[in-house]
Design a protein around this ligand. Sequence first.
Ligand code: IPE
Ligand code: IPE
Ligand code: MG
Length: 236
Amino acid sequence: MKSHLPTHVAFIMDGNGRWAQKRGLARLKGHAAGVETVRSVCEELSKLGVEYVTFYTFSTENWKRPWEEVSGLFTLMRSYFKSELNTIIEKGLRIRFIGDRGEGTKLPADILELMNEVEAKTAHNTKLHATFAINYSGRDELLRAARKLAAEGTEITADTFETALDTHGLPDPDFIIRTSGEQRISNFLLWQIAYAELYFCDAAWPDFTATHLQAALSAYTTRQRRFGAVPATTAA
Ligand code: IPE
Ligand code: IPE
Ligand code: MG
């Protein structure tokens, strides 16, 4: 299986709210259950030998949600990274964050500090590179990159542009998995997914298990990636 594994899997973790509402629970309970899925997906991917994973955690559009939900999400992030940090280090995960952390960011100061701490303390780990997109959207990232290069007066080439993106140093995702039945990208990694394979799963994120992950990865093995070229077997 390993030779057919994607190098980088990215998740649009969707359906937490509906998962909770269906059970008569507050939406935040769905987010709390979703944290467990993040933990188990990291565990499974590490076991399988996948090298990179990215989780769409909080989009720049998610600020439109009620403040109670937004602040509840930050509380969950705080407790996850605080309580898990030692385990994350022991397990050899390298954590990175993408998204707007610049001047004027709406992210709470202590969350920014925690993000810096987690990145610094895991910087030398190599087992699984896990990236969390927080206060992130693809268009916002592209605009920030373009503004940065313009402000520096740097010539825009594919290389300089990639270097200015939040994801610099990470390989492009090979495989995007979105849970909960919605079939859209919702402003995720717009530059980086140019040739990613897409997979949509009906299970809500809190219900996404190792079995769903296996099914997704086995679907990936059947995809023929062509990158605009003619497949070798049919070339005239
Ligand atoms: C989680 O799912 C994704 C986040 C934005 C944190 P949702 O909260 O979007 O759940 P649904 O789509 O409303 O069910
Ligand atoms: C995408 O999910 C954002 C994250 C997973 C963080 P949303 O639930 O916000 O997307 P839409 O509104 O259904 O497109
Ligand atoms: Mg949603």
